[in-house]
Design a protein around this ligand. Structure first.
Ligand SMILES: C[S@@+](CC[C@H](N)C(=O)[O-])C[C@H]1O[C@@H](n2cnc3c(N)ncnc32)[C@H](O)[C@@H]1O
Length: 228
């Protein structure tokens, strides 16, 4: 079973959003499991201190290497890559989610404050992964984001896996527009082709719309798609 181990100063934040809907149901069904490790439990200090001021000055506090190292060692038998959530890491995307879904699991290290001591990262085989070009207060939301995108791809989590193939990014394109009942809403009708019953025409319409949307909303993806 795919397992996520999370090292955090706030383990009570988990499963958080992952306890609901698709990932929540999958967790209850035992399609994935979650292990939480409180970094503070590995402090040597009687007051549970886990951080200190940065050498060389600068603001904020840095998580101490020996505390993080002990916390990580406690997950030594947990399978999968060690990922430190970090704004300077490889940018997370759908292909990365696919890679992670093929692993046996992942061990996440959630930073806080100014970040973690560099020696801890270099001493262990840790991959830095970013969830976008902005600064969050901690790695926990990023870890949940990565887990959500990955859990959807695990076997048997989503009933109709054909739906996954049609989703945005899967074929390098964004998704076509979606419509549901009623057929006319606010005087606006759904595109006629979708109620034509002509499956070939519908497929062609979906591809055309996906292409147009990708071209106008994400020219970067569009040029990648043209090259592929
Ligand atoms: C306030 S941030 C530290 C930012 C760091 N001083 C910097 O300038 O890059 C605290 C923690 O949040 C997490 N974090 C913040 N932004 C992130 C992002 N874009 N992607 C992944 N993790 C992030 C990291 O674990 C980081 O250690």
């Amino acid at each position: 079973m795919w397992n996520a181990t999370v090292l955090s100063l706030f383990p009570e934040m988990f499963p958080g959003t992952l306890d609901f809907s698709i990932s929540g149901k999958a967790l209850k069904k035992g399609l994935w499991s979650l292990k939480k490790i409180n970094i503070r439990d590995f402090s040597n200090d009687k007051n549970g201190k886990v951080d200190d001021v940065p050498f060389g000055g600068g603001h904020g506090m840095v998580l101490k290497p020996e505390v993080l190292d002990k916390a990580l060692k406690s997950a030594a038998y947990d399978k999968g890559p060690r990922i430190y959530l970090s704004p300077r890491g490889r940018k997370f995307d759908q292909s990365f989610a696919k890679e992670l879904s093929k692993e046996k699991g992942v061990v996440f290290i959630c930073g806080r404050y100014e970040g973690v001591d560099e020696r801890f990262l270099n001493h262990n085989d840790i991959q830095e992964v970013s969830v976008g070009d902005y600064i969050l207060s901690g790695g926990e939301i990023g870890a949940q984001l990565i887990m959500d995108a990955t859990i959807r791809l695990l076997p048997n989590v989503i009933g109709n896996s054909k739906g996954l193939i049609e989703e945005s990014f899967e074929g390098g394109l964004l998704e076509y527009p979606l419509y549901t009942q009623p057929r006319v809403w606010n005087g606006i009708e759904v595109p006629e082709v979708l109620i034509s019953g002509d499956h070939k025409k519908i497929e062609m319409w979906k591809i055309k719309m996906s292409e147009e949307i990708t071209k106008s909303k994400r020219p970067d993806l569009w040029s990648k798609y043209l090259k592929s």
